[in-house]
Each structure stands twice: as C-alpha cells, then as structure tokens.
Design a binder for this molecule. Sequence first.
Ligand code: NDP
Ligand code: 8X3
Length: 252
Amino acid sequence: MIVFITGATSGIGKSTTEIFAKNGYDLIITGRREERLQALKTQLEKKFSVKVTTLNFDIRKQKEVEVAIASLSGENQNIDILVNNAGLAAGLSSLQDGNVDHWERMIDTNVKGLLYVSRIISNKMILNKKGHIINIGSIAGKEVYANGNVYCATKHAVDALTKGMRIDLLPHNIKVTGIHPGMVETEFSIVRFDGDEERAKKVYNGMQPLKPEDVAETIYWVACRPSHVNINDLIIMPSVQATATNVIRKSE
Ligand code: NDP
Ligand code: 8X3
C-alpha cells in the first residue's frame, strides 16, 4: 500500500507519516522544507524498513505540483491513499482590516493546492479502479468565528470539495473522507502569527489541545476500515472544547 501525504514536514502530516510507516506502508511525502523531508525519510526507512519517496514542492504552484507528481515512476504511481493535509492559517483579523497577502496565501494553499494535487492523483486512482482520499478540513470548516473569515472560508471550501469529490468519484470505487479537527498544538499557530511563538503559545494556555498524533491515529483508523465501509465525515475535538470558541481553560 502506498500513501501520499501532503505537508509531512510538521504537525499532523508528520505524525500521519510516522503512523503509516510504523504499520508498514510505503510513503510519498511532500512539503517545501526539503531537509525535514530527507530527515524523516532516513529515520523511517531505517526504523521500519519501508520505502519513503520525498517530493519537494510548493503546493500553490500548479506547474511545480504537476512536475513533482509526474516524476513518480513504477509502483509509486499506484497511490492507494491520498491525505490532503498541507494547509495553514495566516493572520486573525477582521475582514475590513484583512491582509490581502494572507488571504491569497490561505486560498492558494488550502483550496487551490488541494485541488491541483487531487485532480492528478484522483485520475491515477481512477485508472487503478480504487483509492481513498482523506481531506483535512477543520472545525473552521463547520462554523465561523470572529476574525477567522478567510481561513474559515477556505475550510468551508474543503468541506464542500470533500462532498463534491465523494459524489464525482463514487462510480470509480474511490472513498472520500473529511476529517475536521479542533485545536491541535503544532506549528499551526506559529505560522498563523508570522513566527510569534509567544502569541502562539497563548492559544493553548490552560487547556489540553489535541496532539498531532491524536489526529494521525484517527486518519489511520479511517484508512483501515473494511473496503465496504467509508467514514464520510468526522469532527475530532479536545475534550475541553465544544465549538471553535467554547473552550474550558484552567485559569477560568
Ligand atoms: P503545521 O504548520 O504544523 O503543518 C503544516 C504543513 O503544511 C507543513 O508540513 C507545511 O510544509 C505544509 N504546507 C504549508 N504550506 C505549504 C505550501 N505552500 N506548499 C507545500 N506544503 C505546505 O500545521 P498542522 O499540522 O496543524 O496543519 C495541518 C493541516 O491541519 C492544515 O490543513 C490545517 O489547516 C489543519 N488543521 C490544523 C488544526 C490545528 O489546530 N493545528 C486544526 C484543524 C485543522 P512546509 O512548510 O515544509 O511546506
Ligand atoms: C484550526 C483550528 O480553531 O484555529 O483549523 O480554526 S481553528
């Protein structure tokens, strides 16, 4: 079995890569930070005797995506599972104060990047008459919170695309799942706040967020259901979080 994971250099994507490797799957892992991809490949191939192929590209650039995936040969073209994980939030401000560069970064990564990868890989799956695409959405794709405007819009788009893909790929024996996490402590908030680690830490003050491994285990479980079972949609939250903004913190 071959699993293609976007955004494997950090957080949920890295943990997902590790759990599939531990269970003997071969992997194709992607991201912009080449050194991290290489380090993960070396570590996992040694530890679990699996084959790890790295593809180093910026998911926002359609040509780069096409060239990278076209470089796959032999067995690596028979991708069984695609985990569309690469994504980010940039900024947290009202629409009227919004930063257009932030908007474009989120739309280009979370929506257009996911589309570029999915179009090519779903066609490979169609040829193989089987496959499973797992899209990482967010609680931000199920509800909207103050100052989340464009990030929420991109994750609502992921939710809509997940439903659309499920319909379009149904005749081709391709399962499509949406997984929507609440708060997970990764590099997500550091990226959102442009590298401000202090501000990022405060997001998780006094509460226990999900760990990336929690989401990775869920992705793995979804991928391992029998062939006649598909998990369409799944929301996973920390126990102390009910909605995007209702969170119990120790200091409260
Ligand atoms: P991280 O910042 O830890 O990881 C994000 C990953 O996405 C990195 O591997 C990064 O790789 C990759 N990525 C980002 N931009 C690009 C790009 N332009 N081209 C290629 N790869 C890119 O965050 P998370 O692990 O938390 O995020 C993973 C997914 O989970 C995202 O879609 C996020 O929206 C979603 N999510 C996160 C939640 C959270 O609270 N953390 C909650 C709900 C959903 P590199 O920088 O090397 O390119
Ligand atoms: C990440 C979770 O609540 O910051 O998707 O939008 S949230």
